[in-house]
Design a protein around this ligand. Structure first.
Ligand code: SF4
Length: 102
């Protein structure tokens, strides 16, 4: 499963989505397996490719919105993206409860 995802990483992105950022991806031409390291393997190399990527923010946002569960997207691991999703969900919940209270 992860292998298939790695092969198709940016190619699989939904065509109906705004994906012009994909054209500027710094990982174009880089071995996609680098972005889907085995469990416990280093993510350093992938993250260093992302660090220099002009569309890091767009890539990260795409992965978060689509719940990408595997790989390095926007310079972040699945665990780091999960943390962002949790923080956003908590923040939305707090905002909702604040607006109901006022
Ligand atoms: S942030 Fe990383 S994974 Fe995303 S497009 Fe750029 S280089 Fe590729």
């Amino acid at each position: 499963m992860e292998m298939m995802r790695a092969e198709n990483m940016l190619q699989d992105i939904d065509d109906t989505e705004e994906v012009s950022w994909k054209l500027q991806a710094n990982c174009a031409g880089v071995d996609p397996d680098l972005f889907f390291p085995e469990r416990g393997a280093s993510t350093k190399e992938a993250k260093s490719v992302c660090r220099a990527c002009l569309v890091k923010a767009e890539c990260l946002e795409y992965a978060i919105r689509h719940g990408e569960k595997f790989g390095i997207w926007g310079g972040m691991s699945e665990r780091e993206r999960r943390r962002i999703r949790r923080t956003r969900a908590l923040s939305m919940k707090q905002r909702a409860s604040t607006s109901v209270a006022s």
